[in-house]
Structure formats: C-alpha cells, structure tokens
Design a protein around this ligand. Sequence first.
Ligand SMILES: [Zn+2]
Length: 265
Amino acid sequence: MIVGLSLATPGAQVQIPLADAHIHYSHDVWDMLPPAEAIKILRKAGLKKAFVSSSSDEGTQMLYEQAPDLVVPVLRPYRRRGEISSWYRDETIVRMVEERLAKNHYAGIGEFHVYGPDADRPVVRRIVELAAKYKIFLHAHSDIDAVDRIFAQNPEARVLWAHSGFDSPEDVAMMLRKYKNLWADLAFRSEHASNGKVDPQWRKVFLEFPDRFMIGTDTYAPDRWYYVVKHANWSRKWIADLPRDVGENIAHRNAEALAQWALQR
Ligand SMILES: [Zn+2]
C-alpha cells in the first residue's frame, strides 16, 4: 500500500526530474487508457524516462512509438495476464522472447516473477542467457534465493530487483554488497519514507549504495495508472530529504545509466 499520497504537494520549486523504473501497460488497460493518454500521464508526472513492460509486449511497443524519448522498452515474457506463475514452465515463452529480441530493441527482460529453485528451470536459464547475449538487464520480481540462483548462472548478469524483493533494508543492503551488478527498485513500497522523511534504516542503505536504487510506481492493474502522478509527487518529497546527489541518483540518474548501458549497442 502506498500511504501518505494525499500529503504530496507539487510545490512551486523546480520539479526534480524522475525516471520511473516500473511501469506496465498491459492489454486490459489499452481501451481505458489509449497510448496517447498513457503518455500524457507519464509526462504529467514529470518523468524523463519510464521503464515500460507489458503483457503482451504490444503495449510497450505502442507507448514506445508514441514517445521514444521517454519510454525505455523492457520485454515482459508474458503474452497476457495470468502467465505470472506458468511462464517458467512454458517452452513457447522462449521462442516468443527470442523472436521479439531479434526484432526490437529492449533495455531489459522483465518484469518476470520467479522464486527459489524455479529460477534454475530451463526456461529461466535461457532468459538469463538471452539477457547476456543481448547485453540487457533482467527485471526480476524474486526472492533472495532466486536472485542468488540467477547470479550463480551468470555472475556478470545485470539484475534490477523489482520491489527490492519486498525485503528489509538490512537484507537489501546485504544483497547489494554481495552483487555489484544488482540494482533495486522501490516500486509498490512505502515504508522507506513517510511525510517526506526517509526512514533511518533505509537512509543508511541509500547512502551506502547511492548508485543502485530507483523509484517505480508499478501499474500492474489498470487502476494503478491513477497513481503515477501521485507517486511521482510523493517520491519527490522524500527524495528531497536526501543529500542532493544521492537524491538525484535515485530520482533519475541510476535508471538512466542502466538504460543507457543497455541501449547503447
Ligand atoms: Zn510489476
């Protein structure tokens, strides 16, 4: 749950630019929110960049076509809602991902959901290999065990850890210490800040790893699109509570750097 959103005030100061690392534009929102309208929301939120993935990938392509300057395309290995817990047992996913990667440019593969030993299944292994082949990141909604398994498969993998695993700041810090190529998004979390103040435990982790965190809304369901602007304003408030450099990194630079690394091919 996002709490405290109603307290967000845009303020008169210059808006901190943001990059939102966790936007989905899946099939069940297309009618309610056509591509041009979705882009309007992202721009209204003051986003410089939005990492977009969708079930199916068609949604991402539609947004990218509308705003190539804004949208960072990420390839979700799902064709429709409901494949979250079946995709890693489904060989046809591999073919779909291979075809898409050959055809379009992506900064990453994800967001996908995999936990524990399932991360060692052949389909997931192939996805990790494809990310390495195309030099793009993996956006993993995973537990610590699955992240460990992905890095065991390829220590050079670049992983964006969705929702920072919904883990504690101490455990997130432990993982960031362990893996230099691990980034973490703060999507759909709110306990790291309240009323514009950063939680002391999280502050320690943000200061220890100023290059690794990103913000994200997570528009996993159609109604989540209503929160994109609110989430941006809420994020600006707590980001302003950090040292300026660290705040700007989390606000947009870390996401931009990862996207640039992936898309510079
Ligand atoms: Zn998501």
